[in-house]
Design a protein around this ligand. Sequence first.
Ligand code: 13P
Length: 247
Amino acid sequence: MSNKLIAGNWKMNGSLAANEALVKAMLAGIGQPSAEVALCAPSPYLAQLQSLLQGSPIAWGSQDVSAHEQGAYTGEVSVGMLKDFGCRYAIVGHSERRQYHGETDELVAAKAQRALSAGVTPIVCVGETLAEREANETEAVVKRQLAAVIHTVGHCITEIVVAYEPVWAIGTGKTATPEQAQAVHAVLRAQLAAATTNSKRVHILYGGSMNAANAATLLAQPDIDGGLIGGASLKAADFLQIVAAAA
Ligand code: 13P
């Protein structure tokens, strides 16, 4: 495995003024990180991130991408547009999009493939709800979600990033324990290993209430290759502590 990857997901937060202050504080403190670092912003702010982050150690990306190349898809953003603004990453299949926008495994896979086709790395989110965990369906759910992507992108599977985000841990302060997270990451790694000889190349991130206090123990697990950070990515000091924990 190469360096760990710490990616912030700002979700629907920010403003020109707030973003500038946040990014400048991050750049002032980041030094030469030994982890890869990225920030995923709402689409209207990608141009701002490009101008603030160009030439810095922090990459940037979007929180979604259209499955379509271009055309009559009102409100959608194409991967070509993301490329125009220098995006390296696009989150796809976040549980908030699966839940509030009805995104299916097949649509998420199509989005991942569309991102790959333009050289943008999809960060594919998988994860079970609390009800699914309590019904002992965690493994089946995450495997089904990842299988759709493996089926669609074929040998390009080594080019994706996977993020395991248990839905019950997102924004709740209820983090998965390192053992719980590692157990699911090992399942995902085994599934990737069945699809490619290069499964170790794929970053498998953990997301869900990861913060400055719990990052180090989560990131010490053998199959946790980084984090996808929501709330704590809106605070420069917290995010920088997570980046430092990934060293
Ligand atoms: P929180 O870190 O706020 O729990 O969000 C996690 C997440 O959904 C990142 O995509």
